[in-house]
Design a protein around this ligand. Structure first.
Ligand code: XMP
Length: 512
């Protein structure tokens, strides 16, 4: 059975992936394609609906991104959002004009056509999030205004004969409280979707497909303990059991109890064929005396490959190598807004060093939150599924300067307390990433009657959606107080604690 599909055409707006995620949250599978995609490719995919995203351009600019107007003749419903709405109006013969003021922020939205399919279950007066300088002036013939704000008469428009629609506002952001319902209305009332994108089904179907695809072949996976590799490995394990071998490398740069935990979850709970390699000494000796951040990363990457290669050789040739690639890594993007693939995040060059025939990427269609849902369906524990991002080089880039076993031990204990208290305070979901940094600076302190000369610990906590930009988390003072008191009392070697209050940019999330 063919899964129903909606296409999101990317015009370079900042919320493009968010639109796609909202569609998927509404249980409809969607893919993001660059706006310049050929019409034939769209037709081939047989979408039930097409959404044009926003974007930074103005339709009258030279080289403004556009689409083949034949897209409107396919009989497939189209919903344009922001720039997408302006472009639709423009291509169909309407006008786009400069708003008297740049419209930004929350606006009262008045539904003009209260019985319109797009506004089913939506109150007549609601609010919406605007962010634009241009908006639709005159509508093309056959089009009607279906919602307005006081400064933007054409806040939403419709051509119900051709099933072409536009929202000047952003239904995908949470500041448009009824936005999710509006998108659902487009999907279910207009495109007549049924909603067959459910993570439980995904897990079941994908296990079945993996079983067929893999047959009796041997599979190898580098398990890091992170969400993606854990879920990928578990899917494949459910499909082919012991035909999968996972290699987990303990590089000595992991957080407290992490290595033991990975081993416990995957061997006790899942009976995986797991090779745990204790390479702590290897990594530490290679890192000795190195304090430059990039040199550390390079060094760790090379050691990892050497260790992994050695273990993989013991297993012998395998047929398939698992990669935990997820959808944001593979999205082809439109306009000038190219998807940024964070190459330093991926274990560099592994495929060049392992003897295998084919790569298998079971998560390549999923967004991160979907990967987590699949993990839950598969029975992975919550602490694995909800694990915050952790850099490949681990604590090595959180011990500033040169790395010693003693510094790592101090950092591990302090970081553990920090994370424990954040969880206790119930903040672990809203803070995207939180960790401690051993700054390498020693300062004078006093404990009891004695002077101390110990390390300063940095605490970092950020809110973010994808790690590309981030804001520092406003952790309540009483929580910071408990964390600070516990760490200086319980961890030897730290006598001062600072909290990092820089956003990204200009800072980065990690300190190195
Ligand atoms: P920055 O520090 O660049 O971090 O703002 C953005 C996100 O990437 C993670 N990060 C890394 N992940 N290898 C990784 O696998 C690395 O070398 C690395 N450096 C940073 C960081 O934790 C954050 O989530």
């Amino acid at each position: 059975m063919q899964r129903e599909l909606v296409l999101v055409l990317d015009f370079g707006g900042q919320y493009n992936q968010l639109i796609a995620r909202r569609v998927r949250e509404a249980n409809v599978y969607c893919e993001v394609l660059p706006c310049e995609v050929e019409l034939d490719r769209i037709i081939e995919k047989k979408p039930k609906g097409i959404i044009f995203t926003g974007g930074p351009s103005v339709v009258y600019e030279e080289n403004a991104p556009t689409v083949d107007p034949k897209i409107f003749e396919l009989g497939i419903p189209v919903l344009g959002i922001c720039y997408g709405a302006q472009l639709t109006a423009h291509l169909m013969g309407g006008t786009v004009e400069k708003a008297s003021n740049r419209e930004y922020g929350k606006k009262e939205l008045k539904i003009v056509s209260t019985d319109h399919a797009l506004f089913k279950q939506i109150p007549q007066e609601t609010s919406c999030w605007m962010s634009h300088t241009y908006h639709v002036g005159n509508l093309p013939t056959g089009y009607n205004i279906i919602a307005s704000t006081d400064t933007c008469p054409v806040a939403a428009f419709a051509n119900d004969t051709q099933l072409i629609y536009g929202f000047q506002y952003h239904p995908e952001v949470m500041h448009t409280p009824e936005g999710t319902q509006m998108l659902k209305n487009f999907l279910y009332e207009v495109c007549k979707c049924k909603g067959d994108w459910v993570m439980r089904n995904f897990a079941e179907e994908s296990i079945q497909q993996l079983r067929e695809k893999i047959g009796d072949r041997k599979v190898l996976c580098a398990l890091s303990g992170g969400v993606d590799s854990s879920v990928a490995a578990t899917l494949i394990h459910k499909a082919v059991g012991h035909q999968l071998t996972c290699i987990f490398v303990d590089n000595g740069l992991l957080r407290k109890n992490e290595a033991e935990d990975v081993e416990r979850v995957f061997t006790e709970q899942f009976d995986m064929n797991l090779v745990c390699v204790d390479a702590r000494k290897d990594f530490l000796s290679q890192l000795e005396g190195i304090s430059d951040p990039e040199a550390k990363r390079k060094n760790i990457g090379e050691t990892f490959i050497r260790v992994f290669e050695k273990e993989a050789k013991k297993i012998g040739a395998v047929d398939l190598l698992v990669q935990g690639t997820i959808y944001p890594d593979v999205i082809e993007s439109g306009g000038t807004h190219a998807a940024v693939i964070k190459s330093h995040h991926n274990v560099g060059g592994l495929p060049d060093h392992v003897d295998f025939d084919e790569i298998i990427e079971p998560l390549k269609d999923l967004f991160k939150d979907e990967v987590r849902q699949v993990g839950r369906e598969l029975g992975l524990p919550e602490h694995v599924v909800e694990r915050q991002p952790f850099p490949g080089p681990g604590l090595a880039i959180r011990v500033i300067g040169d790395i010693t076993e003693e510094k790592l031990a101090i950092l591990r204990d302090a970081d553990y307390i920090y994370r424990e208290e954040i969880k206790k305070a119930g903040l672990n979901r809203e803070i995207w990433q939180y960790f401690a940094v051993l700054t390498g600076i020693r300062t004078v302190g006093v404990m009891g009657d004695e002077r101390t000369y110990n390390y300063t610990l940095g605490l970092r906590g950020v809110t973010s959606t994808d790690g590309m930009t981030a804001d520092w988390a406003r952790i309540p003072y009483p929580v910071l107080e408990t964390i600070s008191t516990r760490i200086v009392n319980e961890v030897n070697g730290i006598n001062r604690i600072v909290y990092d209050i820089t956003s990204k940019p200009p800072a980065t999330i990690e300190w190195e």
